[in-house]
Design a protein around this ligand. Structure first.
Ligand code: ADP
Ligand code: F6P
Length: 320
């Protein structure tokens, strides 16, 4: 029986996942593997939603957002019975390994499968950039570029009305998207969960800038900071400036992946297949100092990622 590799996307989708699926498929076929696309995350392994991927099945997807394999959060996989069914399916398919594209939760699942004798390699796919073992996650750049495009549009209307625009961006419990978007859009303030939120200080900054003829204000708030509506209302009350809230939401997850996401996804997908073909298991691929690296899954999950204090300082010091 021909040896095979499986690939799946899991958790929230991220632009560039398709580029990773393509790279995994092409690299694996080049090495003589059969490739199975497992649909809807770990659900596909449990329910047998699996399609064979040939070279041309992954044509014309490098530029597409979302994931052609669909994605899902599969609760059954966290149960012993679900894990057993998934392991059994892998044996039936004679897979030599599975590439799991997703976030920390997906990697935990990949660790469980690896422990059952199904070698797994995780690729960091999430717009949040909240995976500790890597400087960069697939989808992050596209999401931030989408967000700055939206904020630039908001600036036009905000300026015309002398208003403050409070903009909530995604990131789950992390402020990476918020911080970079704030710098790139010249926001007067950036609120992130990693730092204390002081709305009185934000309002004072806005008032001072208003006194020096600044007419409009952008405040970027990471979703992890809590109730954005209340934050916007408090800023309005404390500053006396007419304020509107915009929640960018899932628009940040869609769209054509940027060059960076396509390239990193391709490099990481290729590396994952290299690892599997060398007999590796239970690894996560990451990027450190612009180099593709890999780590043991449990070690990767135990790592922490320091916030970019220097960029946060720059953000605060060049807007007033
Ligand atoms: P992400 O991978 O983006 O962090 P989730 O936390 O939703 O997203 O996890 C995606 C999927 O990974 C879950 O639906 C589940 O199937 C699997 N998973 C999550 N956490 C675990 C866990 N602790 N053990 C095993 N599998 C898990
Ligand atoms: O992890 C990606 C992400 O988009 C987060 O930024 C956000 O908190 C979450 O997923 C939203 O998840 P859902 O698609 O379930 O609404």
């Amino acid at each position: 029986m021909q040896k095979a590799i499986g690939v799946l996307t899991s958790g929230g989708d991220a632009p560039g996942m398709n580029a990773a699926v393509r790279a995994v498929t092409r690299a694996a076929i080049r090495k003589g593997y059969k490739v199975y696309g497992i649909q809807r995350g770990y659900n596909g392994l449990i329910n047998g939603e699996i399609v064979e991927l040939g070279v041309r099945d992954v044509s014309d997807i490098i530029q597409r957002g979302g994931t052609i394999l669909y994605t899902a959060r599969c609760l059954e996989f966290k149960e012993e019975s679900g894990l057993q069914k998934a392991t059994q399916k892998c044996r039936e398919l004679n897979v030599e390994g599975i590439v799991v594209i997703g976030g920390d939760g997906s990697f935990r699942g990949a660790g469980d499968l690896s422990a059952r004798g199904v070698p797994c390699i995780g690729l960091p796919g999430t717009i949040d950039n909240d995976i500790a073992c890597t400087d960069y996650t697939i989808g992050y750049d596209t999401a931030m570029n989408t967000a700055i495009e939206m904020v630039d549009k908001l600036r036009d209307t905000s300026q015309s009305h002398d208003r403050c625009s409070v903009v909530e961006v995604m990131g789950r419990n992390a402020g990476w998207i918020a911080l970079n978007v704030a710098v790139a859009t010249g926001a007067i303030a950036c609120l992130v969960p990693e730092k204390p939120v002081d709305l009185t200080a934000v309002a004072e900054k806005i008032k001072k800038a208003h006194e020096t003829q600044k007419e409009h204000f952008i405040v970027i708030v990471a979703e992890g900071c809590g109730d954005s509506k209340k934050i916007a209302d408090d800023i309005a009350a404390l500053s006396g400036i007419d304020t509107r809230l915009t929640v960018l939401g899932h628009v940040q997850r869609g769209g054509m992946p940027t060059l960076r996401d396509r390239v990193v996804a391709s490099q990481m997908g290729y590396h994952a297949v290299e690892l599997l073909s060398r007999g590796a298991s239970n690894r996560v691929v990451g990027m450190k100092d612009n180099k593709i690296v890999d780590f043991d899954i449990q070690e990767a999950l135990a790592m922490s990622k320091p916030f970019d204090d220097e960029l946060y300082r720059v953000c605060n010091e060049i807007t007033f």
